[in-house]
Ligand binder design. Structure first.
Ligand code: ATP
Length: 523
């Protein structure tokens, strides 16, 4: 299937691309009889590969052969002259041309990473040996590294050497350490674990537990055909669990999307996911930026420039749930105008008038008709004095056509889209009874998430009791309980609703992190 035209940042080599060392390990695994554990050509094979490496390291014959390899070559050929500095480096960063920071950084202020480069936490002398690139993003690079202390793989995010990225990364460290230590000390709520952080050559490095593919990669592997409903449910339940904890902590993720949800190594063959990338996150009530969230997952209030809360993550979550089921982004707009038009067409309705009245960007997208706009009276029974501009009106105002993307599925309402998936026949009556009930539950679930009014949109805790998530029979439209102050029995034990938690960082960064960095001399 054709790609969706999703604008993505330079991704670097895919995680399954073999590096010299993985080739060596596959070969070594075959030599030592570990064929069953060797990674497949396309699969991540993280667990298999790490166990192969351990196996290779433990086996004396393999260790001896490689340890004295230079001496062995010298014995075989007296002319052989090995000079370490001439050893060609296998660069992972692109571009790898030295420009800044005494030749250590490229033109984009990224540390030039290469295989076997050591990143060292000087305080603890903990060393991380770079092995392959996992992703290159806005804030820097994420490399798969070997942690020599624990003999395991970790993912190290090496932040760009620029003050703005550095400051934001300190915020990521601060928020994530609070989430990990205070709100999820037992690692039960599907939030990535931060293991270490340290300055290295003017770059802040953050070490995370090593996870697997992200959900977008998973969908691509499945030819963008969507996942079975049982996986959509399992993943949704786990993401919601993370969102409940984040809301309890007063943290807005601000960049929830399939790329930021990673598959965890299987425990007892159960599929699992974790939320990563708190690099854009902020505290509720302390929102600074207005240009946040990735466009396809951007909430109406952010598009419109209205004050935002944790409810924006629930909008993104709704987009993700639908995408997991249909395999394609729900609102793949080529511009903000396109995204908003698709929302209005697919969800039905539009943001409430009081939001439109107060939002900063309303005039970019809407026309105020003075009184109730007659054409809007039939709009799902909604009466509004605003209507979205037509493409011609936008063109007349901006002197250029708004960018409009392709439609990758039949145009129409969300409920019809879900029912008719995979769009072979558009008749919901053909669905088997059990599937029809699942689809009804999914449509009802999405209704509460892609809700234009942030005050009516369900909170993560409310959504977690929907029959689509609990697996109970769906008997009709779900009415969420009033959230405050009641926490339903049974959840109270697992959800840490520390009412003061949201304000713990109200003054900015956590004291722990502030003290780490105010004394740290960046080397
Ligand atoms: N713990 C991890 N385990 C495995 N891979 C990871 C891990 N953390 C990040 N990655 C990979 O690196 C990519 C980029 O990570 P991350 O989103 O944290 O960086 P970023 O610079 O904020 O990227 P972006 O600009 O795309 O948001 C992820 O999509 C994922 O593929």
């Amino acid at each position: 299937m054709e790609e969706t035209g999703r604008e993505r940042k330079a991704a670097g080599p895919p995680p399954w691309a073999p590096t010299k060392s993985t080739v060596f390990r596959s070969y070594a695994a075959a030599v030592v009889g570990d064929r069953a554990e060797a990674p497949s050509a396309r699969g991540n094979g993280v667990a298999a590969r790490s166990s192969n490496l351990r196996a290779v390291r433990k086996r004396p014959i393999v260790a001896r052969l490689t340890r004295d390899i230079v001496q062995t070559f010298e014995k075989c050929n007296p002319e052989f002259n090995y000079v370490d500095s001439l050893n060609p480096k296998h660069f992972l960063t692109t571009p790898a041309v030295p420009v800044h920071n005494d030749g250590l950084d490229n033109a984009n202020s990224d540390l030039i990473l290469y295989v076997n480069l050591e990143l060292v936490n000087k305080k603890s002398d903990r060393r991380y040996i770079v092995e392959e690139m996992l992703g290159q993003g806005t804030f820097g690079q994420v490399a798969k590294c070997w942690d020599a202390e624990t003999n395991s793989y970790v993912a190290v995010k090496v932040i760009k050497n620029q003050p703005a990225f550095y400051q934001q990364a300190i915020m990521e460290v601060s928020l994530l350490s609070m989430l990990n230590d205070k709100f999820d000390p037992d690692d039960q709520h599907h939030i990535v674990r931060m293991l270490d952080f340290f300055p290295w050559k003017n770059h802040l490095c953050i070490t995370f537990e090593m996870l697997g593919h992200n959900l977008y990669e998973l969908l691509k592997k499945n030819n963008l055909r969507g996942l079975q409903l049982q996986f959509v449910r399992t993943f949704s339940r786990q993401i919601l669990d993370a969102l409940i904890v984040m809301k309890g902590a007063g943290i807005i993720h601000c960049d929830l999307k399939p790329e930021n949800i990673l598959i965890t190594p299987k425990v007892n063959s159960a599929a699992g996911v974790k939320v990563i990338d708190f690099g854009s996150a902020c505290m509720e009530g302390k929102t600074i930026y207005s240009y946040i969230q990735s466009r396809y997952y951007r909430s109406p209030e952010v598009l419109l420039g209205y004050p935002y809360t944790t409810a924006i993550d629930m909008w993104s979550f709704g987009c993700i749930v639908a995408e997991l089921y249909i395999g394609l982004p729900l609102f793949p707009g080529a511009s903000e105008y396109d995204v908003l038009s698709r929302m209005i067409e697919m969800v039905g309705g539009q943001p409430p008038d009081d939001l439109l009245r107060e939002a900063k960007n309303t005039r970019k997208f809407f026309k105020h008709a003075g009184s109730i706009y007659p054409g809007n009276e039939a709009h799902d029974g909604l009466r509004s004095s605003y209507r979205i501009l037509t493409e011609d009106e936008v063109e007349a105002r901006d002197s250029k056509k708004p960018k409009i993307g392709k439609w990758y599925f039949p145009r129409g309402r969300l409920d019809r889209l879900i029912f008719s998936y995979p769009w072979k026949n558009l008749n919901e009556g053909n669905l088997p009874e059990a599937e029809k009930e699942d689809c009804l539950a999914l449509v009802d679930f999405l209704r509460g998430l892609v809700e234009f009014d942030p005050n009516k949109r369900w909170s993560p805790l409310q959504a977690s009791y929907h029959p689509f998530i609990t697996g109970e029979a769906f008997t009709g439209p779900y009415e969420p309980f009033r959230e405050t102050p009641v926490i339903p029995v049974g959840r109270a034990a697992t959800v840490d609703h520390n009412p003061g938690g949201g304000h713990w960082l109200a003054a900015g960064l956590s004291p722990q992190v502030v003290s780490m960095f105010s004394h740290a001399s960046i080397q």
